[in-house]
Ligand binder design. Structure first.
Ligand code: XBP
Ligand code: MG
Length: 258
């Protein structure tokens, strides 16, 4: 059944960042964590498999703490552990931003097209992510241009809310800043944790899977796709009904079944 309350009244699209706007994890965040560990004299190395496991913990500082608890518990006795983790994470952010500034990570298929179309259609766009704000700004500038952060009506990122995904906090915060009810909005996500957060905030959610999230449980998603698709490179439907379409546009989002 079409959602009559959103049909033709799509007011805002809320984008997740990591895995949704760009494939940032394996060859981005992971490398930045490892560079920070090396710079800090730590013999820690997060290989691609281990990183896949650690990704279930959202938030870089939370991920480092989880790694310590599970793999190097002796480090728990460090004086001022929280501050030490925060400083290590700052170093990681510096490495990640520098990678982005070198043009190291492109947007996923269809992302730039959809953002331009939504702006042209006067539909608000917003960011709802657990990653640090510096990372979001650097990714947007390096891919969409210097002024692109200003295209977004709200950028919700990092520690601005107490609970990271799968808690709904960041989505609720963004909706409140937008001044819009969830039923006039759609969330775009790539992970189970992100889906849970968006659904718990009352948002219908479209999933584009990423390498690390392909096998996750996306029950409750409006649609699960390989990517947003382009006219010359249509998406593959993994779950749900795309009504024969090959790429995601504003009209399709407005008519998505909840
Ligand atoms: C992204 C995250 C982030 C990034 C790393 O999750 O969990 O922690 O992996 O960024 P989502 P920081 O896509 O669900 O928002 O190190 O800046 O936290
Ligand atoms: Mg994500």
């Amino acid at each position: 059944m079409m959602k009559t309350d959103r049909k033709n009244q799509l007011r805002a699209v809320l984008f997740d960042v990591d895995g949704t706007l760009a494939d940032t994890e394996r060859d981005g965040h992971r490398l930045a964590f490892n560079a920070a560990f090396a710079e800090s004299g730590l013999a820690w190395d997060w290989d691609t498999e281990l990183y896949g496991e650690l990704l279930t913990i959202t938030g870089g500082k939370e991920r480092i703490r989880h790694y310590i608890e599970k793999h190097v518990p002796d480090e728990l006795s460090r004086n001022g552990l929280d501050a030490w983790i925060a400083a290590l994470h700052q170093t990681k952010t510096r490495h990640f931003v520098s990678l982005l500034e070198r043009g190291g990570i492109p947007l996923r298929p269809g992302v730039a097209r959809l953002i331009h179309e939504l702006r042209a259609a006067n539909i608000k766009i917003a960011i709802a992510t657990t990653t640090s704000p510096e990372n979001v700004i650097a990714l947007l500038k390096s891919t969409l241009g210097e002024d692109s952060p200003s295209w977004f009506d709200v950028i919700g990122a990092g520690d601005i809310v107490p609970g990271k995904k799968p808690a709904p906090d960041i989505y609720l915060w963004v909706l409140q800043q937008l001044g819009l009810p969830a039923q006039h909005c759609i969330a775009l996500e790539d992970s189970e944790n992100g889906l849970k957060a968006a659904l718990a905030a009352g948002l219908d959610t479209l999933i584009t899977v990423s390498d690390y999230t392909r096998g996750q449980d996306f029950s409750g998603a409006a649609l699960v796709l390989s990517d947003l698709g382009e006219p010359a490179q249509p998406f593959t439907v993994l779950a749900g009904n795309a009504h024969g379409r090959g790429w995601v546009d504003a009209q399709m989002l407005a008519g998505l079944d909840g």
